[in-house]
Design a protein around this ligand. Structure first.
Ligand SMILES: Cc1ncc(C[n+]2csc(CCOP(=O)(O)OP(=O)(O)O)c2C)c(N)n1
Ligand SMILES: [Mg+2]
Length: 340
């Protein structure tokens, strides 16, 4: 059994990381509800999240399972749906919340918002909201590592929609040819906005990668151990000079493509489909496993309390942080302050 390859400590680490993403995003949902109620009453809230937010609730296993197998100097590049990748790679929670609130203490100094989380100190190189944009950036980072003789691994996170972009094919072919140390992590949540993958793609995502010369594997995003296992193998191959791997992680987003409401209903996704995936919640599945291993409920409860306190602290930090000044519009342009 794959999960037996991982210690209690490894699974508990994954549990905490998934919980952090879940609770942080649930807090964003509450924030939106509160501020929307204010707006509806004609009240301008003192602090509000004004950027569009794409939530990963339900998909936490992908980001956490992959990032847990990386070192701090390995690099990741993400998409419009980047909260989970940023946090799992070790990004600072306060700086993320401040960024969402558009404050100067945000990880992009309040200029990027939810789709542009970045923290080079922990290898979170950034996020591109252009569908497929993360893929060539990670290939470039992997090429640079290879040319410098470093063992650093680069990861591109992207969705099933990105597989239809020309740059996916160009990047994978090049990475295979040069045996680059890169992981292509495709979070297949079956939808690009509301368009189902079966209406868009004639062959499976792993088969496409294999056709381009890239080894591929599918992991169950509901099962953290399965993702850890796939990532461990891909990282080992990359560090050994054996080239890139595509990991298709099958998962489901519980919320709408963008925003803080579910998108089930007439002409949208079915409530039955959502309910089936909620039954396979990656956190709930892992907690059943941890309980079966004898991890006390009190340990998990204490983790929940600690994570909630960290999330609340981050929101408070964001609220009391200053907004960027008008002069800040003209700073940090053209690569100023970029990592070397
Ligand atoms: C090149 C490009 N085309 C279209 C869009 C508009 N768009 C933003 S997200 C999205 C769907 C992406 O789906 P997927 O890659 O599966 O990621 P998910 O949202 O499911 O995480 C689209 C079409 C865009 N941002 N960039
Ligand atoms: Mg998708």
């Amino acid at each position: 059994m794959i999960q037996q390859a991982f210690s209690d400590d490894e699974l508990l680490r994954g549990d905490r990381a998934m919980l952090l993403v879940r609770r942080a995003e649930e807090r964003v949902v509450r924030q939106y509800a509160e501020q929307n109620a204010d707006f509806a009453r004609g009240v301008q809230p003192a602090h509000a999240i004004k950027c569009p937010t794409h939530l990963s609730i339900g998909q936490e296993g992908a980001a956490v399972g992959v990032c847990q197998e990386l070192n701090v100097d390995d690099v990741a590049i993400s998409t419009h749906r980047c909260h989970a990748h940023y946090l799992a790679k070790g990004g600072d929670l306060r700086a993320m919340m401040a960024e969402l609130f558009g404050k100067s203490t945000g990880c992009a100094r309040g200029k990027g918002g939810s789709m542009h989380l970045v923290d080079p100190d922990v290898g979170m190189l950034g996020a591109s909201a252009i569908v497929g944009g993360s893929i060539p950036l990670a290939v470039g980072a992997a090429l640079s590592a290879q040319m410098q003789g470093r063992t650093r691994v680069a990861v591109a996170f992207f969705g099933d929609g990105a597989v239809e972009q020309g740059v996916f094919h160009e990047s994978l072919a090049f990475a295979a040819l040069r045996r680059l140390p890169v992981l292509f992590v495709c979070e297949n949540n079956f939808y690009a906005t509301l368009s189902h993958v079966e209406a868009r793609q004639p062959v499976g995502i792993p088969q496409r990668a294999t056709g381009l010369g890239v080894a591929s594997v599918t992991a169950d995003g509901s099962d953290l151990a399965d993702v850890l296992h796939a990532a461990r193998g891909a990282v080992r191959r990359a560090r050994a000079g054996e080239g890139p791997t595509l990991i298709e992680v099958r998962a489901y987003r519980w919320m709408s493509h963008v925003g803080t409401e579910p998108d089930t209903g007439r002409m949208k996704r079915s409530a039955e489909e959502l309910a089936l995936w909620k039954d396979r919640c990656p956190l709930a599945v892992l907690r059943v496993r941890l309980a079966a291993r004898g991890v006390p409920a009190a340990t998990l409860d204490a983790m929940g309390t600690e994570v909630d306190a960290a999330v609340e602290d981050a929101v408070e930090f964001a609220r009391r942080s200053p907004a960027p000044s008008p002069e800040d519009l003209f700073t940090h342009l053209a690569g100023e302050g970029a990592p070397s």
